[in-house]
Every structure is written in C-alpha cells, then in structure tokens.
Design a protein around this ligand. Structure first.
Ligand SMILES: *Cc1c(COP(=O)(O)O)cnc(C)c1O
Length: 405
C-alpha cells in the first residue's frame, strides 16, 4: 500500500495527471478512492509558477491572504446553486449589519469598490437617471474634502466615479472649503496620526454641515474592535478589505454604515447594467465567502493569535540576531497592518550583503520566501504565514546572513 501511495503521489506531481486519475477510471476500484481524493491538481506548478511563504503581509501583488477552509467551503457551496443576486445581497447585508451592530452593510468588490460605490451613492442618491450619467457629474454635487496628509493613491476610487478632491490641513480650512458642491468628507484611517483632524472632530464636522463622512479602514483589522468602532462613532460609511486581515476573498470587501447611503450605493452595482459599478461585480461565491470569513474572524481567539504572532516574530528575530552585527526591532504599526512586525538591519562591514540581496536570496531559494523592506532593512510579518513556516524563515534568514560573514 505504501508503495502504491508513493506511485500515485509521484504521478500527481506530473503535469496533467488528472487525465490519468479521473474518477471514472478508479470508481471500479473503491479501495483506492481515499488515496485519490487527496490528490490535488497542482495548477501553479502546471503553469510554471512558484508559490512562496508570505513573510511580507497583505499585498495585492502577492494575492493577499489565505482563506480558512470554512470560507472555501462557503465559496464552493455557492458555486453549486443559483440564487437571485439582489436578494442574496439584501439578506447578507442584514446579517452583516446584525453581526457588526451597524445600520446596514453590503459586500463590495474590495475596499476600493466600496469607496467607489459609496461615493457614487452619495452623489446620485436614489435617482436612477443620475446613476446612469456617472462619471459625468454635471448638475451633481461632486466635491470631496480630505486632509492633505490623508492623500493616497487609493483615492482614485473616488475620482474614478467623477468626484473632485479638495485638500485641507485644519478643521478651520475644512469648514472654509465647504461649498454647495461638497458631497462627502473622506478620512484615511491608516493616516490618523498624521492628520490634524482626528475621528470625533471629523465626524462632528460632517454632522454640523450635514455632509456624510467616510472612513477608509481597508487594512484596519486587527484589532477586531475596529469593525464596530467607526460606525458607532458616527461615520456614515466605513470600508474594509475582505482579503486582508479578514481572510475572505481577496476581491471582496465590506461597506458598512447608514442604510440610506448603502441603498444608494447598491444602485450602482450588478445586476444593474447601466452603471459605473457594473465592472465591480461580486458574485454569490464571494458574497458567501465574505460572510463566512467575517463570522470566522469574529469567533476567533484574537488574544492567542496575537501571542502566536509575537512568539513567531521573536523566533525569527532571535535567529537573525544570533549573528554578530545583526540588530532587530519589533514594532506594531498603530493604525493599519496593526500586527507584530520585525525590522532587521546589520553592519555591512561584518555581514557583507545588502538587504536587497538578502531579499533576492530569500525569494529565489527553496522554498521561496517573500519579505519587504528598503535599502537598509528587511521587513517581516508572520500573520499571513501558515503556522510553522516561521521556522523555515528563521533558518533561511540565518543561513543567508551567516554565509555573508
Ligand atoms: C488595501 C487598501 C485599499 C484597497 O483595498 P482592496 O480591498 O484591495 O480593494 C484601499 N485603501 C487602503 C488604505 C488600503 O490599504
């Protein structure tokens, strides 16, 4: 039996082995079924792609996060039945709102999609004629005020649907910048510290002038509390990425907040065709996957997960700093990607290799390991790893650094 298993395992590593191991061929021999069901087609290998250990974080270029099996099961369940798309979004929106104690919610195509449909929603309200005219904003309010320090490329999600950005520094300037065309105030949670105006004041300014406020929290879980905090604080809309800390589908996201704005945002989404959001489709699989991911995330033991990340980071840090001349720093970003993170640097007179070369060696080694950093440091997080991979990363890093001494 062992040798048979070995043969099948070897076969499985060959390209296009599915043709040999089709269920028809084997159904006559039930004894082999258990073995065969473990054989997975290796698509990435077939395509000549290398997979890697993600020691970097939630990067779109690295395909985000890995989904727990419950999420994959929800996606797989969704793929095998038909359902009315709008009804599904209605029900899931209610369920998510209940889970997160907010008025309403919808599953969007990423946080970027949430920003675009949220923006389009406040510009057009429930007027379906206006919905069709975007990105042409003639006759519509289209000015969005944000803090200069909150400038980020992702604000393209707002300008894509026709909005114009107006940048200010202080609360005083913000109030002065309000015109009869101002339609929304937009806040970037990741840059909270850099901005003059903080959450409560920002929300209060919106309420004072009767202008909806939006908080982009794409990368702001953990902590789990953030899923509740900003809608409760009074932001009219809050967006999260589905495929970062929440570990849902990488192309899904959450738009949370006031029912009237989310209902207006929905008018721009499929199945409606003559809309700016038609290309931002979220189908049933991702809607269910997002719901399952959120449920899983709310249930998990966040304290023990945090402790695991800390010990993983410590292990990698200890391994690297066991080499003379290597120093490390463990830090936790205050907002966005709020997880234990490691920065490693070294005296290049003692360890004669540059961080760029180390990253390259990690990437090109076996297994391949992706890290981040700059010309002086290597940056590592462990939250996107499969537990256990931290030992491989610690060992490889030490090998590469010690080979350069
Ligand atoms: C990742 C990110 C986005 C985009 O989120 P997606 O879910 O990939 O669409 C938007 N804003 C910020 C601050 C982000 O970090």
């Amino acid at each position: 039996m062992a040798s048979r298993r070995k043969v099948i395992h070897t076969l499985a590593s060959l390209p296009f082995v599915g043709a040999f191991l089709g269920s028809n061929t084997l159904s006559a021999n039930p004894g082999t079924a258990a073995v065969v069901s473990n054989v997975r087609r290796d698509f990435f290998k077939e395509l000549g792609l290398r997979t890697f250990i993600n020691a970097a974080g939630t990067y779109t270029s690295m395909t985000g996060s890995l989904m727990p099996k419950e999420v994959i099961e929800a996606i797989s369940y969704g793929a095998s039945e038909y359902v009315n798309l709008d009804e599904l979004q209605d029900k899931v929106g209610e369920r998510i709102a209940e889970l997160l104690n907010c008025e309403y919610a919808t599953v969007s195509s990423g946080a970027f999609g949430a920003m675009s449909i949220g923006m389009a929603g406040v510009m057009c309200g429930m007027d379906t004629k206006k919905v069709k005219q975007l990105p042409n904003t003639d006759g519509l309010k289209n000015e969005v005020i944000l803090q200069e320090s909150h400038t980020i490329g992702y604000a393209q999600a707002l300008t894509n649907v026709g909005a114009k950005l107006v940048k200010v520094k202080t609360a005083k300037q913000l109030e002065k910048a309000i015109t009869n065309k101002t339609v929304m105030l937009w806040f970037l949670n990741a840059n909270t510290e850099q901005g003059d105006i903080k959450w409560e004041e920002f929300v209060a300014l919106g309420k004072k002038h009767n202008i909806p406020t939006f908080n982009d929290c794409a990368a702001d879980v953990p902590p789990v509390e953030n899923l509740f905090r900003f809608t409760k604080m009074g932001f009219d809309m809050v967006a999260f990425s589905g495929g970062k800390g929440l570990r849902g589908p990488q192309s899904a996201g959450l738009l949370l907040g006031k029912r009237k704005y989310i209902e207006a945002a929905r008018l721009h989404t499929p199945p409606r065709g003559e809309t700016i959001g038609r290309g931002m489709k979220v189908n049933k699989e991702e809607v269910l996957g997002m719901l399952a991911a959120l449920e899983m995330y709310l249930k998990k033991d966040h304290k023990s997960e945090w402790k695991m990340w800390e010990s993983q980071i410590q292990l990698i840090s200890d391994s690297a700093t066991s080499i003379d001349g290597v120093k490390s720093e463990i830090h936790v970003p205050k907002h966005a990607n709020h997880v234990p993170s490691l920065r490693i640097k070294w005296n290049q007179k003692l360890v004669k290799i540059s961080p760029d070369e180390v990253r390259k060696k990690l990437r090109e080694g076996h297994p391949s390991i992706q890290t981040v950093g700059d010309s002086k440091t290597i940056g590592i997080t462990t939250w996107m790893m499969v537990p256990g991979q931290e030992r491989i990363v610690a060992k490889r890093l030490k090998e590469i650094l010690s080979n350069a001494t």
